[in-house]
Design a binder for this molecule. Structure first.
Ligand SMILES: Nc1ncnc2c1ncn2[C@@H]1O[C@H](COP(=O)(O)OP(=O)(O)O)[C@@H](O)[C@H]1O
Ligand SMILES: [Mg+2]
Length: 271
């Protein structure tokens, strides 16, 4: 006798509200937390925004929301209008919705069971006045559990970007994420290797702290795009901790070359 996994059930896809028109929806996924999924979501949004696209971020990480903080939006509260819940705009005009801009006390833990979490995320898609967007980026909760699964089933995603750090049990975890996307019939647009290396500011030398090229190898094996390798950069931490992540591309000359251009090429060219 062999063990048969139950087949996934197909769900009806949600639609944004009548006042919103969202062209492309891309979810950012990772095998586990702490690999820089939210950071990469933010950097992708910034790269697209810098090209003049209208961009929104839906922070679907309900128990660990970090998008408002890195954009310096903590303390802000979204308001309601006749068109729905109003997203908060960042300095450079990226629209953001997150549980943290809706809760009265942003330090209160969200202790909800999965159905309530997924219901809330669906409402972020359907009841927020996104208005016109070229790209909505969804920062998914880490892993391949119930919540990312429901989102993949119920929100019309055009693609998924998988973020990994090099020391992740890369093949295993990345492959799990990719197999999940394949099962859901959602194209994987590519992989991002975050915390890929460290360039010493004193001698300019590059150190592969977690070993070299593991994500690249996994990408090659699976026939996927490697969208970029982002270095471990103390300047990045400083800017995101102080809510100024949007300044990063201007402080790091390498950024557009290693990441921004490539993201815009692949995501910005989605048909
Ligand atoms: N390339 C990087 N260089 C330095 N620090 C980073 C980098 N990417 C992420 N970080 C830091 O690592 C921590 C986790 O990143 P985050 O994006 O919140 O991960 P996740 O969303 O996957 O949990 C944050 O403090 C962030 O500032
Ligand atoms: Mg996060």
């Amino acid at each position: 006798m062999s063990f048969e996994l139950p087949q996934s059930n197909v769900m009806e896809k949600e639609k944004p509200n009548q006042h919103s028109k969202i062209d492309k929806v891309v979810a950012i996924m990772s095998g586990k937390g702490g690999v820089g999924k939210s950071s990469v979501t933010a950097l992708m949004a910034i790269a697209l925004r810098n090209q003049g696209f209208k961009v929104g971020i839906l922070d679907a990480d309900i128990t660990g929301p970090s998008i408002p903080k890195i954009f310096g939006l903590d303390g802000r509260r979204s308001e309601y209008s006749q068109k729905g819940i109003k997203p908060i705009e960042t300095k450079r005009g990226i629209k953001v919705i997150s549980i943290n801009v809706l809760l009265e006390d942003e330090e209160a833990p969200v202790i909800w069971r999965a159905p309530l979490v997924t219901q809330t995320i669906k409402q972020f898609f359907t009841e927020v006045a996104w208005e016109e967007l070229d790209y909505l980026l969804i920062d998914l909760p880490p892993g391949t559990g119930d919540v990312p699964l429901t989102i993949m089933q119920s929100i019309p995603l055009d693609g998924i970007v998988v973020v990994s750090s090099p020391q992740d049990l890369v093949r295993l975890i990345v492959k799990k994420s990719i197999n999940m996307s394949n099962k859901m019939n959602i194209p994987v647009l590519g992989l991002v290797e975050n915390m890929s290396y460290f360039r010493c500011p004193d001698n300019g030398k590059k150190y592969d702290i977690f070993g070299e090229g593991k994500v690249e190898k996994a990408a090659n094996e699976m026939g996927l795009n490697l969208l970029g390798k982002l270095p471990i950069d103390p300047e990045f931490v400083k800017l995101s901790d102080s809510g100024n992540i949007e300044d990063y591309p201007y402080k790091n000359a390498e950024f557009d070359a290693i990441f921004g251009d490539r993201i815009v090429e692949v995501i910005g060219g989605l048909e």
